[in-house]
Design a protein around this ligand. Structure first.
Ligand code: IMP
Ligand code: MG
Length: 221
């Protein structure tokens, strides 16, 4: 998005638009908490293979540095980079927002980059682009380190909630304005291990209002 010569808009345009319709049944273990599956494992795998092919084409010829935002990228990143048959180095940046609910609060860096990205081609990976605050803060930080270029890659784009002027160069899926979990994405640090992307029942996250019992009380042990 910052270096115009690398036009990857076709990838953005071709990202599937996921509707609120349920494509698959929720596995029995998760049925009390997860209302529906929004994106299946198979859909994710297929889409990542396609995105990876485009990234490989765009980054061929130079060693790239993949910078992933912790913790939500864990599964996406693992699947993405095993499809990138390119020389690359990997580093993580940690960012946390205060507040455990579904809204992001004040952002604090919890882990700094260790690799030197000056003059490098960086692929910044995040799980979901929501308001855009996270990506904006990370991009500002990365730009100050003077890489040659930065391309951004997110699995999910929730455009309806954007408050900042930031877009991703590679997008897995455009999703509606629903709070999603699974495949690395959490609610209060839970559900990251679901192999699919699902939508929680409102009772799971609505319990997180001040004074009410914490959401974990609703989760069967
Ligand atoms: P943003 O700063 O509002 O763009 O939000 C980005 C971060 O908020 C992501 O990296 C996620 O950690 C979190 N987030 C936003 N929407 C969701 C969601 O639907 N499910 C889980 N996490 C989310
Ligand atoms: Mg999160």
């Amino acid at each position: 998005m910052f270096d115009a010569p690398f036009l990857v808009t076709s990838v953005k345009r071709s990202a599937p638009r996921i509707s609120a319709r349920a494509p698959a049944r929720v596995p029995p273990r998760w049925r009390t908490e997860v209302e529906r599956v929004l994106i299946t494992e198979e859909q994710i795998a297929q889409r990542i293979r396609k995105m990876s092919r485009q990234i490989v084409l765009d980054f061929t010829g130079r060693e790239m540095v993949v910078v992933a935002v912790l913790n939500g990228t864990v599964m996406f990143l693992a699947d993405l980079i095993r499809n990138l048959s390119l020389p690359l180095r990997l580093d993580f940046i940690g960012l946390s927002s205060y507040g455990l609910g579904t809204e992001s609060g004040e952002l604090v860096f919890t882990k700094e980059l260790r690799l030197d990205v000056r003059g490098r081609d960086v692929l910044l990976v995040d799980d979901i682009l929501d308001t855009g605050k996270t990506l904006q803060v990370v991009l500002r930080k990365l730009h100050a380190l003077k890489p040659r270029r930065i391309q951004t890659c997110v699995l999910l784009n929730k455009a309806a909630r954007r408050t900042q002027q930031v877009e991703a160069d590679y997008i897995g899926f455009h999703i509606p304005d629903v709070f999603v979990v699974g495949y690395g994405l959490d609610f209060a640090e839970r559900y990251r291990n679901l192999p699919f992307i699902g939508v929680l029942y409102p009772h799971v996250y609505e319990a997180r209002v001040p004074g009410s019992p914490p959401a974990q009380n609703l989760i069967p042990e």
